[in-house]
Ligand binder design. Structure first.
Ligand SMILES: Nc1ncnc2c1ncn2[C@@H]1O[C@H](COP(=O)(O)OP(=O)(O)OP(=O)(O)O)[C@@H](O)[C@H]1O
Ligand SMILES: [Mg+2]
Length: 320
């Protein structure tokens, strides 16, 4: 195989999040309740959810066209400014009055997370906002090489939006890669590939997480029931398995050397799959690259953005 990752354009549609970090120190317990008092020293912010998928695509040398929503609030402005600082992420982000920006705030003292504060409204987006998103999604399809759907179950990906988007992608021959959530995957019918982790696959297929045949049962079942080209079950430290329509299943062992931080590995997987497949690699080659990229991401502290150069050199190191 000849590795190629090109400057492809990927439409990313999904739940945007702001990952916020408040760093401080603790030297006493509150007199009000048995909790530590954190003295705030600095703050930082990063793109989360679908916004992190877009950042990963840009890191790999692609161009991400990001479609989603924030609230009309300061956190939404902060997320926009984080995203604007990343070259090759183009924003199509609506600011809605009807909901807050989805924010996960980690309060960290002495390198330990003290608590996490989540702010979100996960009601499905409806009415004129939904119609506007569907119109934008369909309008953007023509100008991209492939589509990623990044579902964090925060309300953006309604059945009508998914149906419209997947149908438009089919008509124009664009591949659709879905990082799924929830029990009912019929909303993803007709996509190119879904990439659940073990828990998500068990949930979607009504199988036990302890089922020894979980991976193959879920992989084949999702493939046949949803009219996909492939399904990819990610198995954490055990790597991943790809199931292809009318083809074999291919297991790939994890390739991480050291594991520091596994959060965001799924975002790296879906971003790499889309960039690799849109660059002309086969689905099995793309999954192989995604597995190697995820191995790099889990070995990084903090940001899990893998660069084109890092992935290319890791690929040749693994293959030789
Ligand atoms: N502990 C680990 N050791 C080695 N590789 C790992 C580990 N955890 C994850 N990976 C790599 O990352 C890929 C995706 O991880 P996982 O199956 O945990 O996805 P996920 O649960 O969707 O991740 P996320 O937390 O981002 O949602 C795996 O297929 C594997 O390649
Ligand atoms: Mg995931």
């Amino acid at each position: 195989m000849i590795l190629q990752l090109l400057n492809v354009k990927i439409l990313v549609v999904g739940d945007l999040m702001l990952d916020r970090y408040w760093w401080g120190s603790v030297d006493r317990i509150s007199p009000e309740a048995p909790v530590p008092i954190v003295k705030l020293q600095r703050t930082s912010a990063a793109a989360g959810g679908a916004a992190n998928v877009a950042a990963n695509i840009a890191g790999l040398g692609g161009k991400a066209i990001l479609l989603g929503v924030t609230g009309a609030d300061a956190e939404g402005e902060l997320l926009r400014s984080v995203l604007k600082s990343i070259a090759d992420v183009e924003l199509n982000v609506l600011a809605l009055d009807s909901r807050p920006t989805t924010v996960k705030t980690r309060i960290i003292a002495h390198d330990q997370q003290v608590t996490r504060l989540d702010h979100e409204n996960t009601d499905p987006i409806a009415g004129a906002d939904e119609a506007e998103l569907i119109e934008q999604a369909i309008g953007l399809i023509g100008s991209v090489d492939a589509v990623v759907i990044s579902d964090y179950a925060k309300g953006l990906l309604t059945n009508d939006l998914l149906n419209g988007l997947i149908a438009a992608a089919r008509v124009t021959g664009k591949m659709v890669f879905v990082d799924p959530k929830g029990k009912d995957y019929s909303k993803y019918r007709g996509a190119t590939m879904v990439t659940p982790n073990l828990h998500e696959a068990a949930d979607a297929c009504g199988l036990s997480i302890n089922d020894p045949q979980l991976v193959s049962n879920a992989g084949w079942r999702l493939l046949s029931e949803l009219d996909l080209d492939a399904s990819l079950i990610t198995e954490g430290a055990n790597g991943m398995t790809l199931f292809e329509a009318n083809g074999p299943s291919t297991h790939m062992n994890a390739v991480a050397r050291k594991v520091y931080d596994v959060t965001g590995a799924g975002d790296t997987v879906i971003a790499t799959l889309a960039v690799a497949a849109a660059s002309g690699n086969s689905l099995v080659e793309s999954a192989d690259l995604a597995n190697i990229a995820a191995g790099i991401a889990v070995g990084q502290i903090g940001t899990a953005i893998v660069s084109n150069e890092e992935l290319t050199s890791a690929y040749y190191a693994v293959r030789n």
